[in-house]
Design a protein around this ligand. Structure first.
Ligand code: SF4
Length: 239
């Protein structure tokens, strides 16, 4: 799963870009999902699902063509991404998230100082301007294919565990090094643990400390069993 953020202020063209990129990446054969930051309520106040949710923690709705679950509390991006089955996830908004690269949609040049956080890889604009920002500048509607080419190569997502196992205190610091071209996401041991745990078919990122505990616990228990021998261990646990 690879992630690219699309950030910018209101009416900067973020949604148009996310829609264009979704279409282009789907055309290239990828499964694409999007996440959008919403201010306020997500459900329509007059909808029956909103009425159901007055006294419940979760509300689900199923129709012939769609299914939805409303959690009546805030969830982290990582939690929500766990539900998505996609090769690429485009995240609109969430300016302060710092574990993946970002396309910055600008209405004017001086917005860059507030939106650039070291994870920006390109700038996208609706009206052509000469912006000297040290980054490539693309048109939101006309350059979708070129932006998708870059996303294919540069999208990534670090686990947000901030465990320090990569030699940096936070995922943000490694993310910046990846953007600079000094590292890759393979330098995050939590993305490549020795123990592979899959939940619902998806690998669960694990920091090396937990990885070691899980490995040594399982090996310790199994080694007491008759017939145990060294080698790759495969365990599947049902629900
Ligand atoms: S090892 Fe991975 S999860 Fe841990 S701080 Fe580094 S980037 Fe983040």
């Amino acid at each position: 799963m690879k992630v690219m953020g699309v950030i910018g202020y209101k009416d900067s063209g973020k949604t148009s870009l996310v829609v264009g990129l979704s279409r282009e990446l789907k055309k290239r054969g990828y499964r694409v999902a999007t996440v959008k930051h919403i201010h306020g309520e997500i459900d329509l106040p007059q909808a029956n699902t909103a009425k159901h949710g007055q006294y419940t923690g979760e509300v689900a709705a199923i129709s012939e063509r769609e299914s939805a679950v409303f959690f009546k509390r805030k969830k982290s991006l990582e939690d929500i991404m766990g539900y998505l089955e996609a090769d690429f996830i485009l995240v609109e908004g969430f300016k302060s998230e710092r574990t993946y690269p970002k396309v910055v949609c600008l209405r004017k040049k001086d917005e860059a100082k507030d939106l650039f956080d070291g994870l920006q890889i390109l700038v996208a604009v609706l009206s052509p301007k000469k912006l000297r920002l040290g980054l490539p500048v693309f048109h939101i509607l006309k350059d979708v294919e070129r932006i998708a080419d870059i996303i294919e190569k540069r999208a990534f997502k670090l686990p947000n565990l901030n465990c320090g196992a990569c030699g940096y205190e936070t995922c943000y610091e490694l993310a910046r090094e990846i953007i600079e071209g000094n590292k890759t996401d393979k330098d995050c041991p939590a993305l490549n643990p020795g123990t592979e745990v899959r939940l619902g078919g998806k690998i669960l990122p694990m920091n090396p400390f937990v990885d070691r505990i899980v490995q040594s616990t399982i090996k310790g228990v199994l080694s007491s069993l008759k017939g145990f021998r060294k080698g790759k261990i495969e365990i599947e646990i049902g629900e």
